[in-house]
Ligand binder design. Structure first.
Ligand code: AMP
Length: 279
């Protein structure tokens, strides 16, 4: 695996490979890799001749300074895992490399996507996500981009970004990888104590409860019961909502519209998100 730290160097290497007709796949991450990330790498390897992973903790997308400061860093282990997966290239830029002095910040028009769920609860978050992904895609010009459905709203925001900027890359959405007990893998899980990890299972339980018990009609009691599962496990809930696939909140279901249940909740200042499709 080749490791690049300089944007200009990785860009010229990749452009050279593209000139040779090689297909480039790209998996952007914030490091602290787990099996969820590796599943993206594996899918990327299947469809592309060159697999690029980036590891960059993007300060611009953290609205909570403590979350940023405590974000886990496990670079040595990440390199080992990526080598085991035969990843071809790792890009680990500094903040100055991604946002040089002459970098021009701009505003992205995201419409309602920025006003609901994560957008509502993390002001500025998706602006930061768009900023880093636009910059990364200008450095790593890829044929295929790999994103995890665990960050469902982020997938929608980035699809919108790529369409509106007419960036020539195909988005590939990858299913959420979970622990055997259902807990969605997340870098932030590393910050949980064993007791908190057990309590964090309530997120999967709440989502599964909704999936197993949903019926056409009013959804309020169902959501209240699911929220109780989280509250009994010491979670503070940012949101637990049932939406259509475009993230419009539904309080009443016709029994047919495909749904997504999305949740964000905090335990001991550690914020976890998850979602589940119905059916
Ligand atoms: P992150 O490092 O958290 O920014 O995540 C990098 C990419 O990995 C994003 O596209 C995430 O959606 C994806 N990802 C994170 N956790 C999982 C998971 N448990 N299963 C599948 N993909 C994931």
């Amino acid at each position: 695996m080749i490791i690049f730290k300089q944007a200009s160097e990785i860009t010229s290497y990749i452009d050279n490979q593209r000139l040779k007709g090689k297909k480039i796949g790209f998996v952007p991450t914030m490091g602290a890799l787990h099996l969820g990330h590796l599943s993206l790498i594996q899918q990327c390897r299947e469809k592309n001749e060159i697999t690029v992973c980036s590891s960059f903790i993007n300060p611009a997308q953290f609205n909570n300074p403590e979350d940023f400061q405590k974000y886990p860093i496990t670079l040595e282990n990440d390199i080992k895992l990526l080598e085991e997966e035969d990843c071809d290239i790792l890009f680990i830029p500094s903040v100055e490399e991604i946002y040089p002095e002459n970098f021009e910040k701009k505003h992205y028009e995201l419409g309602y996507l920025e006003q609901v769920l994560e957008g509502k609860h993390r002001p500025g978050h998706f602006q930061g996500v768009c900023m880093v992904v636009e910059r990364l895609l200008s450095i790593v010009r890829c044929d295929n981009l790999y994103l995890g459905k665990k960050d469902y709203q982020q997938c929608m925001v980035l699809s919108h970004l790529i369409q509106s900027l007419k960036i020539n890359t195909q988005i590939n959405l990858i299913d959420t990888i979970r622990e055997n007990n259902g807990l969605a893998m997340s870098s932030r899980n590393q910050r949980l104590s064993d007791d908190e990890k057990n309590k964090a299972l309530s997120i999967f339980k709440a989502l599964t409860y909704i999936k197993n018990n949903i019926k056409a009609g009013d959804l309020k009691t169902l959501i209240d019961n699911a929220e109780t599962i989280l509250i009994e496990n010491d979670f503070l809930i940012d949101y637990l909502e049932i939406t259509d696939q475009k993230l419009n909140t539904l309080l009443d279901w016709d029994g047919k519209t495909p749904l997504v249940v999305l949740v964000a909740a905090t335990i001991n200042n550690i914020r976890l998100i998850d979602n589940m499709n119905i059916p």
